[in-house]
Design a protein around this ligand. Structure first.
Ligand code: SAM
Length: 225
């Protein structure tokens, strides 16, 4: 449970060098020298398929997967280490990392206001039962937190094979004054929508079972005057 999860008391207390050793140097005396900050977050990253594809799509951005399951986190860590070794000459995959965390509880401990440009919610757990709806990763409270962490112009990406969850996420994000849903045309042009449909492990599973995939993307609007 959460008392076993490690999290910093503030974003400035986080040791980012540990996660991105090739890109974030250590500084004598303090934790890390922040030359670059995480900008893209995959919430509930599972086995890391999205991260791996985003690594080369956005080679100059730091990308972080957050995952609550210990074994799954270890699997993704090993996967990233192997990729870094295989591509040592090109120096790719140094920009992705995974962190074991409960993304419903501690995001503001890791990121500052306006730090993020993209947040992904790919095939989140549906929590079908009515009394479990509050455990869903998109709620009124959490949408405010996501608006806080995203910069104006930043994007929330959602995809699910569960229509009820899709409608739930759309309802909560559309109800928020700082989010506006993007058009189908926008989705068709965006490279990340393609990646999230075909490179996530869940997306592949749904494809094999010939299931539907529901996508909704939202832009974080400017703060009101
Ligand atoms: N996004 C991946 C994909 O599309 O293949 C995995 C989808 S899987 C159905 C949902 C994942 O979210 C699981 O790996 C689960 O452990 C993780 N998860 C659930 N609640 C979480 C939370 N509060 N914080 C971080 N990860 C969470």
């Amino acid at each position: 449970s959460d008392h076993l999860l490690e999290y910093p008391i503030s974003p400035g207390h986080m040791d980012w060098h540990k996660l991105y050793p090739a890109l974030i140097p250590t500084k004598p005396g303090t934790a890390t020298e922040i030359v670059k900050k995480v900008e893209i977050v995959d919430v509930g990253c599972g086995f890391g398929g999205l991260l791996v594809s985003l690594a080369t799509e956005f080679p100059d951005k730091l990308i972080l997967g957050m995952e609550i399951r210990v074994q799954v986190t270890h699997y993704v860590e090993d996967r990233i280490i192997a990729l870094r070794q295989q591509h040592a000459i090109q120096g790719t995959y140094n920009n992705i990392a995974v962190l074991r965390a409960n993304a419903m509880k501690f995001l503001p401990n890791f990121f500052e206001k306006g730090q993020l440009s993209k947040m992904f919610f790919c095939f989140p757990d549906p929590h079908f039962k009515l009394r479990k709806h509050k455990a869903r990763i998109v709620t009124s409270t959490l949408t405010s937190e996501y608006a806080f962490l995203l910069r104006p112009g930043g994007i929330v990406y959602t995809i699910t094979d569960v229509l009820d969850l899709h409608q739930w996420m759309v309802k909560h994000l559309e109800a928020h004054a700082l989010f506006k849903r993007l058009s189908k045309e926008w989705e068709d042009e965006d490279p990340c929508v393609k990646i999230m449909r075909k490179d996530t492990e869940e997306g592949k599973k749904v494809e094999r079972n010939k299931g539907d995939k529901w996508v909704a993307c939202f832009v974080r609007l400017d703060d009101p005057e």
